[in-house]
Ligand binder design. Structure first.
Ligand code: NDP
Length: 400
């Protein structure tokens, strides 16, 4: 049915390329492009072995609009799936506008020189995409992504009014390394070391990093210490579901991980400004990325599972109701299927489903949208079919 260009050949790009190839009835012509072409070629060769599907590959510097435009004009895709880094969101959106191509990503824009992310930069493209008759789908990974769609699904089917939302993200996997991040280390460390923030009674409440924490029970996993951090889907969810009185995001961290993180910060390795080293300018956090394990390569010995979901309280037929919807994903199963670990898998599968939704015309309207603004039902159906089945619990103690 359509031509798709995937940009980014890391852990998430590996999964998207595999899943897009598995859906070759929808995606008839597939190109994988990234900064390092050899990585695209290696992924394409592996997919050829796994599924027999041929992918085209290309080199592109996605910080450069002219390079992107040249590639888009040459390949002429209907849709770009952006799974490079958040820094590239705006150049890729600019190139899509210039070439009349639709857009989907999994993380909101972040400037390189400021550890700060928010949707305003991308929401500012609404009129441009609307006028061009193009669709931009923002934040279509797991969180943001599936968590936002779970919320929309709950609001549509199970509540008259949702009041309290707690997104809970647990990685109970073991990769066997002393310290590693599950997705791009630079983006990950910038995200988890910032101050915490949650929504309450119409305004944002800021906390010190990791100040609020408690043990939460996760299905098939048990209790894990979970920390309130700020996460990008909260920004759009409180706008799109204005009945929310409180919205928080919890993530589990092990003590070892937090100790390493503290040391990394204390010794200045999390700095994002340039320092001079032997006459060369380097950014410490980028250097750190170069010596840490590659998240895309963690899969081989990764055991255990992730469990991510939404715990919601609200009103149904005038009565209080509690609801928990979640998915558990096995790192081993993800690796067996795609060669990547569970965190890349839980991001890449929803990105692919979002692209399927677009190609099938189900999520297609001119403008820039967060995923909860589309009909959740066909997406939820696909989650069950494409490897991320979900489960619901009603009227239980949410612990929150
Ligand atoms: P990786 O670092 O593993 O991969 C990033 C890829 O982007 C690499 O192939 C890299 O190229 C490429 N890249 C970086 N800069 C450029 C550039 N200027 N031009 C072209 N390609 C570039 O990251 P992940 O795969 O772990 O994460 C990918 C994205 O997914 C990130 O934006 C991340 O924030 C997001 N994410 C979203 C989640 C969600 O649930 N919503 C969860 C996890 C991640 P090279 O190989 O040369 O370095």
């Amino acid at each position: 049915m359509g031509k798709v260009l995937i940009i980014g050949a890391g852990g998430v790009g590996t999964v998207v390329a595999n899943k897009v190839a598995q859906n070759c009835n929808v995606f008839t012509d597939i190109m994988l492009a990234s900064r390092t072409k050899s990585k695209c070629d290696a992924i394409a060769a592996d997919i050829k072995k796994r599924s027999g599907v041929e992918l085209k590959t290309a080199k592109v510097d996605a910080d450069s609009v002219p390079e992107l435009v040249a590639l888009l004009n040459q390949f002429k895709p209907e849709l770009v799936i952006n799974v490079a880094l958040p820094y590239q969101d705006l150049p890729i959106m600019d190139a899509c506008l210039e070439c009349g191509v639709n857009y989907l990503d999994t993380a909101n824009y972040e400037p390189k020189d400021e550890a700060h992310f928010e949707y305003s930069w991308q929401w500012a493209y609404r009129d441009k995409f609307a006028k061009a008759g193009l669709t931009a789908i923002l934040g279509c990974g797991f969180d943001p992504g599936v968590t936002s769609i779970f919320t929309a699904y709950a609001a549509k089917h199970h509540f008259d009014e949702i009041r309290y939302l707690d997104i809970v993200d647990c990685n109970a996997g073991d990769h066997g390394k002393a310290f590693a991040t599950n997705f791009n280390p630079e983006i990950n460390i910038r995200e988890v070391t910032q101050k915490g923030k949650y929504w309450e009674n119409g305004h944002w409440v800021e906390t010190e990093p990791h100040e609020i924490h408690k043990a939460l029970n996760y299905p098939e996993i048990g209790p894990k210490e979970s920390y309130v951090i700020y996460h990008e889907e909260l920004e759009s969810l409180v706008k799109n579901f204005p009945t929310l009185q409180r919205a928080r995001f919890w993530m589990t961290f092990g003590q070892e991980y937090l100790t390493h993180l503290r040391v990394i910060q204390n010794i200045g390795m999390a700095r994002i400004d340039e320092v001079e080293y032997n006459g060369v300018k380097i950014v410490p956090i980028q250097f750190l990325k170069a010596v840490l394990p590659d998240p895309g390569k963690l899969g081989e010995n990764y055991t255990g599972q992730t469990s991510i979901g939404c715990r919601i309280k609200g009103l149904k037929d005038g009565k209080e109701r509690s609801y928990y919807i979640y998915n558990n994903c096995s790192h081993e199963a993800a690796y067996k299927e795609t060669g990547a670990q569970g965190v890349s898998y839980t991001t890449g599968v929803p990105a692919t489903i979002g692209a399927v939704m677009f190609m099938q015309g189900l999520w297609k309207k001119p403008g820039v949208f967060n995923v909860e603004e589309f009909d959740p039902d066909p997406f939820m159906e696909q989650l069950n079919k494409q490897g991320l089945p979900w489960h619901e619990l009603f009227d239980i103690d949410l612990e929150l």
